[in-house]
Design a protein around this ligand. Structure first.
Ligand SMILES: Nc1ncnc2c1ncn2[C@@H]1O[C@H](COP(=O)(O)OP(=O)(O)OP(=O)(O)O)[C@@H](O)[C@H]1O
Ligand SMILES: [Mg+2]
Length: 364
């Protein structure tokens, strides 16, 4: 280029604007369709308490989230679902473990935290707490893009477009404040805000749990539509097993900071392998009287993550517990043909449990 041919300052500004705006466009699939969007290994978070006690909130979990799927996460209160969500979002520092996002180390050179945090967004349960009460909802949605370098005008245009996409007519709603909306409408704003930076991963932690059933259904359908429209991947946390079934492709069952079972939603619900999953599903309210609890609902003490029992953490409540279960922690291992993984000695061929299948014969 001729040295005199400098672009005009206004042109430069426009170019910079454009290049910054490009970062907010949909993201390239770097690792290809077979690479999981999120791959978590050994993720651990212990909260120290007074007098040396420790809450083992998340205790060495391994799982992947495939591109375009919804991974449901279930388990009783306190089993570590929200802590896992906060670790995925890097709102908490893990004590151990690492995460790959589309094949790249989260927080590594190729994927610094700032860029990762744009691509992974979260919607919380409390629709009100996550919005600034003194900002109009249009300004709230536009805020993130502005911080990422979009001009105010462009950010507002984007915000209005997103409000329309989540079913809030900008002409009616853009200038309102959070307290002028219903809970369902506020949660739609939070979804729009989460989408404003073109993320690839959305963590939904009890995001619809506080809503009326009919409003909840509308927001769930909206989430399903948005997943297709924006090429999103979801981690969907809920205590409502019916809702998780409706939303998820695969389900991960947690107990006291560990994963006890993970697999495709239909087969896992039809034939749960882990005694805890079975008890959880048996306790699930069913519309069908024929399907109501044959199995005993969960017995025994509620779980306490401060002093988890040795061996299998579920053994004090498990009807099939034997000596092995009290002593040896079962590993999460593949079971069956559907891609299921289960952490239970009963499901481990050759384990010293009376219900375990015989050891697999190794043919030389
Ligand atoms: N900041 C913290 N300090 C100490 N303990 C914590 C902290 N955050 C969470 N915990 C503890 O870690 C455990 C897991 O909590 P978490 O919020 O992840 O559970 P959860 O599965 O989301 O439960 P719920 O279904 O009630 O939302 C609980 O025992 C909780 O009390
Ligand atoms: Mg929680």
């Amino acid at each position: 280029m001729h040295p005199a041919a400098h672009p005009h300052p206004d042109e430069l500004k426009a170019l910079a604007e454009k290049s910054r705006a490009v970062k907010l466009l949909p993201n390239a699939d770097r690792g290809g369709p077979a690479t999981p969007l999120l791959s978590v290994t050994g993720l651990t978070k212990h909260f120290p308490l007074a007098r040396g006690a420790v809450v083992r909130a998340v205790d060495g979990v391994d799982f992947t989230v495939k591109k375009g799927e919804t991974l449901g996460v279930v388990g009783e209160s306190g089993c570590g679902k929200s802590t896992t969500a906060r670790l995925i979002m890097q709102l908490l520092d893990q004590d151990a473990g690492e995460m790959l996002f589309d094949g790249e180390l989260v927080g590594g050179l190729e994927l610094p935290l700032k860029e990762y945090r744009r691509q992974a967004q979260m919607v919380f349960q409390d629709s009100y707490a996550s919005l600034n009460p003194r900002m109009t909802i249009e300004a709230s949605v536009a805020f993130g893009p502005q911080v990422h370098g979009l001009s105010k005008n462009n950010a507002i245009t984007r915000a209005r477009d997103l409000l329309a996409k989540v079913g809030l007519d900008p002409a009616r709603f853009a200038g309102r404040y959070p307290h002028e909306l219903s809970g369902g409408q506020r949660q739609r704003v939070n979804i729009a805000r989460a989408l404003a930076l073109s993320p690839r991963l959305l963590i939904l932690d009890e995001s619809v749990s506080a809503l009326d059933k009919s409003v909840e259904a509308q927001v769930l359908n909206l989430l399903l539509d948005l997943r297709e429209a924006f090429d999103l991947t979801y981690v969907f946390i809920s205590h409502d097993l019916n809702v998780v079934r409706f939303m998820s492709d695969r389900v991960m069952v947690m107990y006291l900071g560990e994963i006890v079972e993970i697999g495709p939603v239909e087969t896992l619900y039809a034939a749960p392998a882990h005694p805890y999953t079975r008890a959880l599903l048996a306790a699930m309210p069913s519309m069908d009287p024929d399907r109501r609890t044959e199995e005993a609902p969960l017995a025994g003490d509620p779980p306490n993550p401060i002093n988890p029992p040795p061996g299998c953490r579920f053994h004090p409540r498990c009807p099939f517990a034997e000596a092995l279960c009290c002593a040896v922690r079962p590993e999460l291992s593949p079971v069956g043909e559907d891609g299921r993984q289960v952490a239970c000695h009963i499901n481990t061929p050759g384990a010293r449990h009376s219900k375990a299948p015989p050891a697999l014969e190794i043919i030389p």
